[in-house]
Design a protein around this ligand. Structure first.
Ligand SMILES: [Zn+2]
Length: 512
């Protein structure tokens, strides 16, 4: 009878003899990714363990030395995973055996993780679907100049591809909110999905989601997925947190080729890069593959091009975000962020705000604000690509043919002529001329003609005007009435699935 197919003994105790002690098991979590299943086991200390597979039926066995089981493995959420059930039993008096009953054969890869801000010691077992392999080495990146990239794309009037990367995911929650509940990974995914939904309906653009659900994608794999999809830009969406609740506002980061001096940039780089440890890999994602000088020079040139484009795109995105959010810095900051290291794709990391700030965290957690942020990001991206369209794209064709009819825009609260010009990517003189204006004064409700030729503007979402804290005896319909908003808009602004509210809950009240 064929039994052990693969046997891995990781003798951590040999390396850290002082730490070898009872590693009681506190929890076990399962996360499904498109190509593998991650099993994370919380242990009290670094443990000695072994992992092997058994066939007929398919099982994965994890033996943890010097440990007792304190997790309720029968109740682990296995939804969408090929793990059918989890069992455990004491073994050899002092050890614990965990058995995963599998639907399909898998190829396991495992590693230990040291404690971080959110979790203690962990043992991670990645179960790769057969046919997919764990990434042993960073995949090779072939540098190419922008011109080479453009000629490589055959079709004319192709779409501009936007890679949207929701930060973190799965067992890596990213920053945790002031309330201990709002998580960066969820906020990032929601905003990313809103960006995707918006772009999907705009001719000339094709969005691609790098992470589509609640699972972890290795940092080095994120730009690789963007490259496989021939992305024209890579946007990594995040939310920050800080030790004080006062920190607030959006910051946009591009890569720097030098070591960042600024303390905050160093802090953000450390925070976002450390997610990589969770993927079991660390270090440089690309440069070590290039050995000869010529390749390195090409790579440097390409990287310099990519960074310059990133900073330019970041400025457009910040301009647009400034109409809906507070900006912490109104110019892109540059830092040594691994996920942005694409020599051929302009790449930005957007910290959308601070989850440590209660007001900002509640906004970031609301569907209404997420959509408004997403709209602004999309508007900024469109303004950038209209200014610098890649050759052979529909947007380049539209621009060179001065396409796009005149459009109309109704002046909203908070608008100014310069803001409207900026948002529609026309200059002030054109806008004045098209509307026969002698000055810059516009009236609320006034309809302006926007001269054709710019990128299509997005309809401005109404601003969130206020917050309301629920007191005893109030109902959702009563609050809707009080603020003269419809019940459905109130539900939507707060992502409520029903009309249940609780005392002390803070609702965002959308504008009329
Ligand atoms: Zn992050």
């Amino acid at each position: 009878m064929q039994t052990a197919m693969l046997q891995l003994w990781l003798c951590a105790a040999l390396l850290f003899p002082a730490l070898a002690q009872a590693g009681d098991i506190r929890d076990l979590r399962v996360w499904r990714s498109p190509d593998y299943t991650r099993v994370v086991i919380d242990v009290d200390s670094r443990v000695e363990y072994s992992v092997f597979v058994l066939e007929n039926p398919h099982r994965v066995v994890i033996d943890v030395a010097d440990s007792r089981m304190f997790a309720d493995v029968a109740r682990v959420d296995l939804a969408d995973s090929p793990v059918r059930s989890v069992r455990s039993a004491a073994r050899n008096q002092s050890d614990t055996r965990i058995v995963l009953d599998m639907d399909n054969p898998v190829n396991p890869s495992s590693f230990s993780l040291p404690p971080n801000a959110e979790f203690g010691d962990r043992l991670v077992v990645d179960l790769y679907d057969l046919g997919t392999e764990p990434p042993a080495q960073p995949a090779e990146i072939t540098p190419s100049s922008p011109a080479e990239r453009q000629t490589a794309v055959a079709s004319s009037q192709r779409n501009i591809v936007i890679a949207i990367d929701a930060g973190h995911g799965g067992d890596d929650p990213g920053a945790i909110g002031y309330d201990g509940r709002i998580r960066e990974k969820d906020v990032a995914l929601a905003i990313s999905r809103a960006v995707y939904e918006r772009l999907r309906n705009i001719p000339g653009y094709e969005p691609v989601m790098i992470r589509q659900g609640d699972y972890y994608v290795r940092l080095q794999q994120r730009p690789q997925l963007a490259r496989q999809n021939r992305a024209d830009i890579f946007l990594s969406i995040h939310a920050d947190s800080f030790s004080t609740s006062r920190a607030e506002g959006v910051t946009v980061y591009a890569l720097s080729q030098t070591i960042a001096e600024d303390e905050n940039i160093r802090r953000v780089a450390e925070k976002e890069n450390s997610a990589d440890l969770l993927g079991g890999v660390s270090g440089d994602t690309s440069l070590k593959n290039f050995e000869d000088d010529l390749a390195l020079t090409l790579l440097d040139l390409s990287m310099a091009w990519s960074i310059e484009q990133s900073v330019a795109a970041g400025s457009y995105i910040l301009n647009a975000l400034g109409t809906v959010a507070k900006l912490r810095r109104d110019e892109p900051q540059q830092g040594n962020l691994w996920v942005l290291r694409s020599p051929d794709i302009p790449s930005l990391l957007i910290e959308t705000g601070y989850l440590s700030n209660p007001t900002e965290a509640r906004r970031l957690n609301s569907g209404d604000y997420q959509r408004r942020l997403a709209d602004a990001i999309v508007q900024g991206v469109m303004n950038y690509f209209y200014e610098r369209p890649p050759e052979g794209t529909l947007v380049a064709w539209q621009k060179s043919n001065n396409q796009g009819p005149d459009r109309h825009y109704v002046v909203q609260r908070g608008d100014s002529l310069s803001l409207i010009a900026q948002r529609h990517n026309v200059n002030m003189a054109q806008l004045r001329a098209a509307n026969k204006l002698s000055g810059d004064i516009v009236q609320l409700g006034q309809t302006l003609t926007i001269p054709g030729g710019g990128p299509a503007p997005l309809a401005a979402a109404p601003p969130v005007v206020s917050e309301h804290t629920i007191s005893r005896g109030e109902t959702l319909s009563g609050i809707a009435e009080q603020y003269r908003v419809s019940l459905s808009r109130l539900r939507e602004a707060n992502d409520l699935r029903n009309d249940t509210i609780r005392i002390g809950q803070v609702l965002l009240i959308p504008a009329l």
